[in-house]
Design a protein around this ligand. Structure first.
Ligand code: NA7
Length: 545
């Protein structure tokens, strides 16, 4: 007889850990399957030098347990990857989760058996596992974008992908290094490699907007300030558009004078927070003229930060609105281009043609390097789910159902895929929010749904087509009323050749989204149907992981 559990959770990142804890608290037999050799998800894989969160530490953490948030001490305003990974490991130990996590276990797909109401979860090189419920806690930035450079396999030096960084320290000293990609990751890794490498070439296609992080050690006073009233701090975050308190005054650019506008930009710029800066005015991501005022402000700062004025045109974005691609923060990024050992290669001016055995060839010539660092991003939000062979009712695959656009009810469930839930899936705030708030919102919602449905074999809970259609229409309507409709980044899948272009996030705000979840819950999970399979099978046969 197959191994069977009430709940199979895929992924042991922040979402998977909390889902396991929640399921266990509800008395469910749950197991986490994780492809990595350790827990941590995003924070396990992205261990490149300089990897750091762009949401402040007090916000980027679990709120579900007051003792946990009181006892943990963050050392910096923006936590570095090792500290976040240590925190997730602490959580796993503190809530005794490790015996429910199976590492080095790569889920390849899952198929729903309609007769029994059972999912069969397939594992690479292992026996399938059966479950009543499957929770895909697979992360939104977990599938690296496949490098699409001709000739990459001919390169005779070392190739390193930032999102699969090796365990051992990489020594760049004396080396000629190329970094391709200038999103958040490139912006973080470039200043660090520049300090070590003999020569660093930064290959930039689309420049990002970046603000100084003003990262700093947190003081006792910072801790006292937040921890003395953490509950209110969390509540403000949940009631905010981005899932973090931004101190916004709630005015549009048109409601203030030019001087007041400038002062507000300075206030948020000097604080050092992309969320605060993007929240300076209520019309920033709605109205292009408003957005232009923010763009001009940041462009002026970039000019001040780079002494070599011949680089300004290339480094200042001109092709998209600020904050509809990731608004980055950095520590010394722009200043790095004034170093003698660093050069910017503008791929708009000289398109990248191929990788050669000795380096990178652009339309202007060859650049020889010893190491190629690819900071080229992810097949975000839907990438992992589309790659897995997930089959719902009638054998339909999620990949096919999402062929034109990723439809979903609330970003949590997909019609035709009963008992399968996606944490921070498409159509929820996900990456346009503080992920910890969005993860907690989803896990608590899924937990409530499972409690309502029960775990008796044969139980079926599923989003209806009608509810899904209505939600997708709402997500699109909200998106179309903002500048996100013109986005050309991974926020809409535009970075992956062939990927359907659709806004992957609900941009109506974490607060509005939370209200919707609460209303659905209060309406006895309106939009979900609760039924029974015709031939339920015996109860769970779980066991230790
Ligand atoms: P991003 O933000 O997707 O950045 C990837 C970068 O790589 C971006 O500058 C891309 O330029 C560049 N890229 C990708 N493919 C190519 C090719 N073929 N040629 C040249 N340049 C290329 O990923 P990150 O890892 O930096 O950040 C992801 C998120 O992680 C981040 O926002 C945080 O939320 C954490 P392009 O823009 O496509 O012209």
């Amino acid at each position: 007889m197959s191994e069977r559990h009430d709940v199979v959770i895929v992924g042991a990142g922040a979402a998977g850990l909390y889902m396991l804890h929640t399921a266990r608290k509800q008395g469910l037999d749950a197991i986490v399957l994780e492809r990595g050799a350790a827990i941590g998800g995003t924070w396990y894989w992205n261990r490149y030098p300089g990897a750091r969160c762009d949401v402040e530490s007090f916000d980027y953490s679990y709120s579900f347990d007051d003792d946990l948030q009181q006892e943990w001490t963050w050392s910096e305003k923006y936590s570095a990857q090792p500290e976040i990974l240590a925190y997730l490991n602490h959580v796993a130990d503190r809530f005794s989760l490790r015996d429910g996590i199976r590492l080095d276990t790569n889920v390849t797909g899952a198929e729903f058996d309609e007769a029994t109401g059972t999912w069969r979860v397939d594992i690479e090189g292992g026996e399938p596992i059966e479950a009543t419920y499957v929770v895909m806690a697979t992360g939104v930035l977990s599938t690296p974008k496949t490098p699409e450079f001709a000739g990459l396999d001919t390169f005779e030096g070392r190739v390193i992908m930032t999102n699969e960084w090796p365990d051992e320290e990489v020594d760049f000293s004396g080396k000629r290094v190329a970094v391709i990609g200038t999103g958040s990751t490139g912006i973080q890794v470039v200043p660090i490699i520049a300090e070590q490498a003999r020569e660093l070439l930064v290959f930039q296609r689309t420049p990002s907007y970046s603000l100084p992080a003003h990262n700093r050690p947190l003081t006792d006073e910072d801790h006292r300030h937040v921890k003395s009233n953490y509950a209110a701090f969390r509540e403000r975050a949940r009631r905010s558009p981005l899932g973090a308190y931004t101190e916004s005054h709630g005015k549009a650019t048109t409601e203030v004078t030019a001087e007041e506008r400038e002062a507000e930009y300075w206030r948020n710029y000097d604080y050092g927070s992309p969320m605060r800066f993007a929240s300076s005015f209520t019309d920033l991501v709605i109205d292009d003229e408003a957005n232009a005022t923010a763009r001009d402000f940041v462009a002026a700062r970039i000019r001040e930060r780079v002494r070599d004025s011949s680089l300004h045109d290339a480094l200042i974005p001109t092709t998209y609105a600020l904050a509809i691609r990731r608004l980055c923060i950095d520590t010394g990024y722009y200043e790095t281009f004034d170093r003698d050992n660093v050069a910017l290669i503008d791929l708009y001016a000289e398109p990248l043609q191929e990788i050669t055995p000795t380096g990178v060839r652009t339309a202007r010539g060859d650049y020889d390097v010893d190491v190629l660092v690819l900071a080229t991003g992810f097949d975000a939000v839907t990438g992992t789910l589309r790659r897995l062979d997930i089959r719902g009712r009638g054998g339909a695959t999620l990949r096919d159902v999402w062929d034109e656009a990723p439809v979903s009810y609330l970003g949590v469930a997909v019609a035709g895929f009963p008992n399968l839930f996606t944490v921070t899936g498409p159509g929820s705030p996900s990456v346009t929010s503080n992920m910890f708030v969005s993860i907690e919102q989803h896990i608590e919602f899924i937990g409530g749904l499972l409690e309502r449905a029960g775990a008796a074999p044969g139980t079926i809970v599923e989003a209806t087509d009608a509810a899904q259609r209505e939600w997708v229409a709402h997500v699109n309507e909200v998106g179309d009323s903002t500048l996100y409709r013109d986005a050309t980044s991974w926020y809409v899948g535009a970075n992956v050749p062939g990927k359907p272009r659709a806004l992957l996030q609900y941009v109506g705000g974490v607060h509005a989204y939370g209200d919707k979840l609460a209303a659905v819950e209060a309406g006895d999970y309106e939009g979900f149907e609760f039924t029974k399979a015709a031939e339920p099978v015996a109860a769970a046969q779980g066991g230790a992981a």
